[in-house]
Structures are given as structure tokens and as C-alpha cells.
Design a protein around this ligand. Structure first.
Ligand code: ATP
Length: 464
């Protein structure tokens, strides 16, 4: 049997309102996706879980929500204008476009978007020159550098003075606000600033569903430390971020930390490791965790002429903090959670008489709906009891309500979107004021007084 897991996940996402191709009625644009009614709940839960772990439950982290459009000088200072490039080649025959470094797999990628050395570029160029188009065998153009930033114009005049960029990362919004945040919160180094937001990259070859898109969301932390403590904080954040994925249900055997080789590092970086996940397309980056030293703050000091140093009252020292940057993608993380949770059961589980069933074994905290209320019959007296329960539960959590078709089919529909608990209100409920809760994973059923169900779900979530 041919089995393409990614394709099946894409189909499930479309069918169940998790993710749709963007602008689909116009044929789509191939590099952006829209989150549907179920997907937006899942995405919000991923972001909330991150925020809770890195901001809410810590004393040494504060949040920020900076603007997408920033002063163009920011991108001069950060190096993005001069070196946020990917090497690109076109096929002269079929016109397909490729990233040269993806074509030449033996060549290491530059993970931080910093300028490649001349030798690196030369060897890439030579390797590409010896290759033919992998799609049609046609001749390839010479390699060109392609800047990944989306340009736009600020204001009503389209002149070069008004050029600005859609941010290609959220990080710079944090660096330029370092002083503002530190003064406003009186946080002492070591402390961090966390931010979730949209970023835009004009990727040469977007693809693999939401793995690589041109518009995506990032969850980024800049953690400011004393220079001599940076190494130890780097190790701390590697563990912390790895465990975040594990705690939210990703199987340990599908995750690994991959330290970058020296030639992959940006020239200023003191070290970088990626958290990688075993996607259906193979091991790929989920999140990068870099020790960026004092590069970014120093660049902004240089370009803005403003003092962004920090005065340590305890030691009477002034210094430019070093930075540890855990930088993950919301969409890429969500794809990993989907892939890890997705299970197809040949022959089904017996409840719906189906040949094959999908169970999305999402962690309950990520599950779009925590529960679904399913009256056994549409009959009015039963439905009204079920409706009362549903309306009470949804004050606390996202809950679905479904009274259409057989109970087996309704369980199946909830399994497909990862609802951990299905609550069946039956005719006995009218007598005993209790309902049956069925567990998504074990299919075990327990009978609970309806008045206690909200508490029961909350306890389960707290313990998960
Ligand atoms: P890649 O090598 O895959 O292009 P990168 O090393 O350039 O990624 P970073 O600049 O380190 O990525 O960005 C941090 C995180 O943001 C990545 O680990 C990924 O989760 C996410 N991300 C980056 N680019 C994209 C994209 N085009 N689409 C979706 N997520 C992305």
C-alpha cells in the first residue's frame, strides 16, 4: 500500500477545517495557508503553551508585541539588507527555480542568513555549474544571490526613500526595544524578552505544506546574560526548549538536538544548535537556539548612535549583554505536533464500522476542543439537557457539540480533530443526571454526574 503521511495530513487538515490552501478559489498561491475553525484553536493553543512556559511561569522573562514594519535602518544594522540572501538558480528550459544549496546537498547551509565566505560561494557555484535541472534535465543558469526580504513602500509615494521591509524575523523588534523594556520593568540581567508574531520571507522554494512558507509566525526569545554566563545559559535553553516539545507529547525518539558545524555558524555566533524533528520529509529544523554574543545590540548601538549598554548595580559594571536566542516557528511546531499525533488505524477501532480511522493523539492542552457533547438522540428533552451541559462547559474551555448521525461516527469525527473526551448524554441521564465520558486514546468510558464534569476536565488538564 502506498502511504504518504504528509499528503494524508494535508487532506485531513482540509477536510476537518484545520488548514486550507490560501486563496484556493483562485487556484491558490502555493506558499501561504489559512487556518480554519479547528486550526485556529490549535494554533492559539500552541502559542498559549509557549507563552505560559516561557513568560507566565517565569520571573526572568517579559513579553513584547512589536510592529511588523520597522525603520529600514534596522535591517541595515541587522545585516539583513546586505546578507539575508539565498543562492538561487533557474532552469533555462522548464523555468523552475531552485535554492542552489538545496540542490548541492553536500554543501552546508548557512543557518543564520549571514554572508557566506567567498570560498563557500565559489565551491557552491562550481558544484551547481556541473549540475542539470533535477526536474527536466535542462541547463541551469549561473547562481545568483537572492534577498529574502519582502520590500514595500511606506506612505503614498513609491520612491526609494520610502522603501521598508516586512520583518523577516521578530527578533529585531526585541533588540531595538531592549532599553525600553529594561527601564520599564527594571529587570536585571539575566532576563529575557519573548515575542510571538508574523514574519515574512520571500523563500525561493517554499513547500512541504506549512513547513516552509513565505508568511509564517515565530516564537522568539532573546535572553540577555553577562558575557561569562552566556555559555551556561545556552545549555540551559537547549534543554528547556527540547523538553517543552517532549512535555507537550512529542515522542522523544522523534526529536534530537543537532549542534551546528563551525562552517554553518554565522561569523559572530558563538554556537548554535537546532532542535530537529523527524518530519515525514526527514530530520529537519524545528527551532534554532543560538548564542549570538553581543552582535545585535552592538550593531544597533553603532547604527542608531544610542547607548544600549546595561549597568549592573551589583558589580558597578557597564557592559553590553550577550544574547541567547531560542527561535522557533509556530507553524513548523504545529506541523510537528500534527505529525506526531497522527495515527491511522487500519480496520478501525470497531465503533463506527469504518475500514480505516484517524486518531489525532494531541496533548489535551493542545487539543482544539477539550470535549464534545453528544446527545444520544436529537429528541428535544435529551438535546436540551445536552445543550445546558455544553453551554456550561464552554464557559471554561473550547467544546464542540454534535447531534448528527450515529454515535460511532461522531466519536470518529472527534478522534480526527483530537478531542480527548466525548461526553454522551443518554436517556438514563434524564434520571441519574450523569453522562458517559469516553477517552479518545483508551476508549474507556466512565459515568460522571453532569454537575462534576467541568471540574473533572479541569483536573485532567491540570494533571496533563
Ligand atoms: P531554514 O534553514 O529552514 O530556512 P532558518 O535557519 O533560516 O530556517 P531561522 O532564521 O533560524 O530559520 O528561524 C527560526 C525558526 O523560524 C525556524 O526554526 C523555523 O521554525 C521558523 N521558520 C523560518 N523560516 C520559516 C519559513 N519560511 N516557514 C515556516 N517557518 C519558518
Amino acid at each position: 500500500m502506498s502511504y504518504n503521511k504528509m499528503e494524508n495530513i494535508v487532506n485531513l487538515c482540509k477536510r476537518r477545517g484545520i488548514i486550507f490552501p490560501s486563496s484556493e478559489i483562485y487556484g491558490g498561491i502555493g506558499s501561504t495557508w489559512d487556518y480554519g475553525p479547528v486550526g485556529v484553536l490549535l494554533k492559539n493553543n500552541v502559542k498559549a503553551a509557549w507563552w505560559k512556559a516561557v513568560v507566565q511561569e517565569r520571573d526572568d522573562m517579559v513579553g513584547l508585541d512589536a510592529a511588523i514594519l520597522m525603520a529600514p535602518q534596522v535591517w541595515e544594522a541587522s545585516g539583513h539588507v546586505s546578507s539575508f540572501n539565498d543562492p538561487m538558480v533557474d532552469c533555462k528550459k522548464c523555468k523552475h527555480r531552485f535554492r542552489a544549496d538545496h540542490l548541492v546537498e553536500s554543501m552546508a547551509k548557512d543557518e543564520d542568513g549571514a554572508a557566506r565566505t567567498t570560498e563557500e560561494l565559489k565551491s557552491l557555484e562550481l558544484a551547481v555549474a556541473a549540475m542539470a535541472c533535477p526536474d527536466c534535465g535542462g541547463e541551469l543558469t549561473p547562481m545568483k544571490q537572492f534577498n529574502l526580504m519582502f520590500k514595500t513602500h511606506m506612505g503614498p509615494v513609491e520612491e526609494s526613500a520610502a522603501v521598508t521591509y516586512f520583518r523577516p524575523e521578530t527578533a529585531q523588534g526585541i533588540f531595538v526595544n531592549f532599553k525600553n523594556v529594561q527601564m520599564a520593568t527594571r529587570k536585571k540581567v539575566p532576563f529575557g524578552i519573548a515575542q510571538i508574531g508574523k514574519s515574512f520571507r520571500n523563500e525561493i522554494t517554499p513547500g512541504n505544506f506549512i513547513f516552509r512558507t513565505r508568511e509564517f509566525e515565530q516564537m522568539e526569545i532573546e535572553f540577555f546574560t553577562r558575557p561569562e554566563e552566556a555559555q551556561q545559559w545556552h545549555e540551559y535553553w537547549l534543554n528547556e526548549r527540547f523538553n517543552w516539545y517532549v512535555n507537550l507529547g512529542i515522542k522523544k525518539e522523534n526529536l534530537r538536538l543537532r549542534p551546528h558545524d563551525c562552517d554553518e555558524l554565522a561569523h559572530y555566533a558563538k554556537g548554535c544548535s537546532d532542535v530537529e524533528y523527524l518530519f515525514p520529509i526527514g530530520w529537519s529544523e524545528l527551532e534554532g537556539i543560538a548564542n549570538r554574543a553581543d552582535y545585535d545590540l552592538n550593531q544597533h548601538i553603532k547604527f542608531s548612535g544610542k547607548d544600549l549598554s546595561y549597568f549592573d548595580e551589583a558589580t558597578n559594571e557597564r557592559f553590553v549583554p550577550w544574547v541567547i536566542e531560542p527561535s522557533g516557528g509556530v507553524d513548523r511546531g504545529l506541523l510537528a505536533f500534527l505529525c506526531d499525533a497522527y495515527e491511522e488505524i487500519e480496520g478501525g477501532r470497531g465503533e463506527a464500522g469504518a475500514e480505516s480511522e484517524v486518531v489525532l493523539r494531541l496533548h489535551p492542552r493542545l487539543a482544539p476542543y477539550k470535549a464534545a457533547v453528544l446527545p444520544l438522540s436529537k429528541k428535544e428533552h435529551l438535546a436540551s439537557v445536552a445543550q445546558d451541559l455544553y453551554k456550561d462547559l464552554r464557559k471554561g474551555f473550547s467544546v464542540d457539540y454534535d447531534e448528527a448521525r450515529s454515535i460511532g461516527r461522531r466519536y470518529r469525527r472527534q478522534d480526527e480533530v483530537g478531542t480527548p473526551w466525548c461526553i454522551t448524554v443518554d436517556f438514563d441521564s434524564l434520571e441519574d443526571q450523569a453522562a458517559t465520558i469516553r477517552d479518545r486514546d483508551t476508549m474507556e468510558q466512565v459515568r460522571i454526574p453532569m454537575a462534576n464534569i467541568k471540574r473533572w476536565i479541569q483536573d485532567k488538564l491540570d494533571a496533563s
